[in-house]
Design a protein around this ligand. Structure first.
Ligand SMILES: Cc1cc2nc3c(=O)[nH]c(=O)nc-3n(C[C@H](O)[C@H](O)[C@H](O)COP(=O)(O)OP(=O)(O)OC[C@H]3O[C@@H](n4cnc5c(N)ncnc54)[C@H](O)[C@@H]3O)c2cc1C
Ligand SMILES: *[C@@H]1O[C@H](CO)[C@@H](O)[C@H](O)[C@H]1NC(C)=O
Ligand SMILES: *[C@@H]1O[C@H](CO)[C@@H](O)[C@H](O)[C@H]1NC(C)=O
Ligand SMILES: *[C@@H]1O[C@H](CO)[C@@H](O)[C@H](O)[C@H]1NC(C)=O
Length: 616
């Protein structure tokens, strides 16, 4: 790995003088670099015609499932992934944004809407999803955040027996290899020695330090948001090991390379779950690789871990879904279930930008100009290249109960040591229109800035995934429905006000911090800074935090919306489970990657229990 890495960084470095096209040349270099690595011979075994378990999708959940199920030596497992192998470029934290421009992204877009993403090209929000070994854990910003204990107690209260906080906390700990000295002392909430390393990024901007200070100045606490109390400030805990991305594939698959009972098939797109129409029992899958169609049978179970967009799509094209919709698509209905409903996400206002008068933010061209940054990262995995895409710290607030020392947060302020202008490609990640960018941000393109993404943690609005047609290779239709519930907008407004308060602290004033106040043209009629201005701005610059979930909802038999039961088995179809972010009944007040690991850890245990029980 060493020499290739050096070579690539040298190419990147030598491309820098061509300033105007710097963003594009960087992306091209990354893409070319990744192609070369992808073309290295892959050590894939010839697959068998039958396995005990077939797992669809090697993302956050799929890699955990593959690892835990093959702990049982006499279980033969096949893991299928539509994307390619990961490579070391993806493991450099600072390049997170760039990965979205590569073929490691499914590149989904939402349907145009009149409620949000109005300042984005064609009024569509971009929904990146990982299409690579490791899935979205390879594209993500590595933030490790579990949510609040009340989230899981609520899951249990909805009828999901076994999912209370007390029940699931051991599964968070089971995966975890926490390396943050303060945190590892707390054995109730953390553990060491698991597959999934959690650490702080080794580098911090002075801005991030100002953010934490600002919190203390306003009376908040610095704390472990994955510990006993969540409301407070913290540097981000990240799924990073020694300054590199610790994706689910690095964490859970690389260490078990030698297990003979796991077969992995990459670049293999599963197009159908095979279900016996008489017995309604799942017995295998159909997949396509290099334009060839294959069928593989499962003796025990088929496990769908294709993520919150693809899992509902795969169920629907296979005949499991809302009867009316499937009939319209010309798909014979095997089981009438509310697949694709209950789509939840966390969204933020993307334009809350502050300008500072000192050279303290992360700016791509400065980072690349300084040879020391390359050397530092290369030699020690330290320095600014080790910051996950610019995300550095977070604050959690319970706006409804500000006096409660142990609140249930409804807002997170996600702190960035830069903003939309810090990185020439950043706006393309979100699809911000040129008109909006040029009017509002071009004038400050060369400034040092910071930004907070205020995100609504417990949204009421829900969207839906539908099929475009019955072709499994078509992209599904995504209706986000953001802000359809007015309460979400009011929570957002509260988060914006909290951010403005922090911008006014001594900690930030010392850096000459001031709010960037060029209005978004479509909102200027409300007067910059008025409540209606911010409401309008939130609809213009709507940033997803990429937490799509809930589309194959877990619930008790009495829940008409439930797709899987609390053991994650699909209702009415035997030997078929869904294990990924789509089973989340209600989105946790945190980020979704850690909860997805937890879900998979618990699912693996349930499967072991169920089959042991049957053997006896
Ligand atoms: C850009 C981005 C940033 C994010 N940042 C964070 C963060 O900082 N912190 C956080 O907690 N969460 C973050 N998330 C969300 C988090 O990564 C996801 O919630 C989590 O990875 C979901 O895991 P999953 O197993 O449900 O799906 P995924 O990890 O998406 O895995 C699904 C896998 O299935 C494969 N697949 C799909 N369909 C098929 C098919 N038909 N055949 C074969 N394979 C298929 C996909 O290619 C993929 O590899 C982010 C997500 C993105 C995209
Ligand atoms: C970590 O521990 C040190 C020393 O005990 C303490 O000063 C600091 O506040 C702790 N940090 C956190 C985030 O708990
Ligand atoms: C971290 O990575 C650097 C650079 O490869 C290496 O020199 C160092 O030994 C690593 N540290 C640990 C603890 O693995
Ligand atoms: C930045 O602004 C602060 C506060 O106004 C001021 O004290 C400081 O001198 C300024 N620094 C620079 C480099 O202009």
């Amino acid at each position: 790995m060493g020499p290739c890495f050096l070579l690539l960084l040298m190419i990147v470095g030598s491309a820098i003088p061509q300033r105007p096209g710097i963003a594009d040349s960087l992306i091209n270099i990354l893409i070319q670099g990744m192609r070369q690595f992808n073309e290295e011979p892959r050590n894939e075994r010839n697959i068998l015609s039958e396995y005990d378990f077939i797992i669809v999708g090697a993302g956050t959940a799929g890699c955990v499932m593959a690892n835990r199920l093959t702990e049982v030596q006499n279980w033969k497992v096949l893991l299928l992934e539509a994307g390619r192998e990961e490579n070391f470029v993806m493991d450099i934290p600072i390049v997170a944004n760039f990965l979205q421009f590569t073929e490691a992204n499914w590149k989904y877009k939402t349907m145009p809407s009149s409620s949000a993403c109005l300042g984005h090209t064609n009024k569509q929000c971009n929904f990146p999803r990982g299409k690579v070994m490791g899935g979205s854990s390879v594209l993500n910003y590595m933030i490790y955040s579990r949510g609040n204990r009340r989230d899981y107690d609520y899951w249990e209260k909805l009828g999901n027996t076994g999912w209370s906080y007390k029940d699931i906390l051991p599964y968070f700990r089971k995966s975890e290899d926490n390396t943050i000295p303060n945190l590892t002392k707390d054995k109730t909430y953390h553990s060491t020695g698991g597959y999934l390393t959690v650490s702080y990024a080794p580098y911090r901007t002075p801005l991030a330090k100002a953010f934490i200070e600002a919190g203390l100045e306003t009376g908040a606490k610095e704390l472990d948001y994955n510990g006993e109390v969540q409301t407070g400030f913290s540097y981000l805990q990240t799924t990073m090991k020694n300054g590199t991305r610790w994706s689910s594939s690095r964490a859970f698959l690389h260490p078990i390379r030698k297990r003979k009972n796991l077969h992995v098939k990459k670049m293999s797109m599963v197009t159908k779950i095979l279900i016996d129409p008489k017995t309604l029992q799942a017995y295998g899958i159909e997949f396509i690789q290099n334009n060839r169609r294959y069928v593989v049978r499962a003796r025990m179970e088929v496990i769908i871990s294709a993520g919150a967009i693809n899992s509902p799509q795969l169920l629907m094209v296979s005949g499991i879904g809302p009867k009316e919709h499937l009939t319209k698509m010309g798909i014979p209905v095997l089981q009438n279930l509310k697949v694709g409903f209950n789509l939840m996400d966390h969204i933020a206002l993307g334009g809350l930008t502050f300008i500072v008068n000192q050279s303290v933010s992360l700016r791509t061209e400065h980072l690349l100009d300084d040879q020391n940054n390359f050397v530092e990262y290369l030699a020690y995995h330290k320095g600014p290249f080790s910051i996950p895409g610019g995300c550095e710290a977070a604050a959690f607030y319970d706006l409804q109960h500000p006096e409660d020392p142990d609140g249930y947060p409804d807002i997170e302020l996600l702190f960035q040591g830069g903003s939309i202008v810090s990185e020439p490609t950043f706006r393309r990640n979100f699809g911000i229109s040129d008109e909006l960018f040029d009017a509002v941000y071009k004038p400050i393109e060369n400034e040092h800035t910071w930004m907070v993404l205020p995100m609504v943690l417990r949204p009421k609005s829900k969207g839906r995934i539908m099929l475009k047609d019955k072709n499994p290779l078509s992209k599904p239709l995504i209706y986000h429905n953001y802000y359809s519930e007015p309460e979400d907008m009011e929570t957002m407004l509260g988060g914006i006000k909290k951010t403005l308060e922090l911008g006014n602290t001594k900690a930030f004033k010392r850096l000459g911090s001031k709010l960037h106040n060029i209005p978004i043209p479509a909102c200027s009629r409300f007067g910059f800074g008025s409540d209606d201005y911010w409401r309008c701005a939130s609809r213009q610059l709507t940033f997803t935090i990429y937490h799509q979930s809930g589309t194959c909802k877990m619930g008790p038999a009495s829940d008409p919306e439930a797709v899987v039961n609390p053991r994650l088995q699909v209702y009415g179809v035997s030997r078929l489970r869904v294990v990924d972010a789509s089973v989340i009944p209600y989105i946790p007040a945190g980020h979704t990657n850690a909860p997805t690991y937890m879900i998979a850890e618990k699912a693996a245990d349930m499967i072991k229990e169920d089959w042991d029980a049957k053997k006896k």
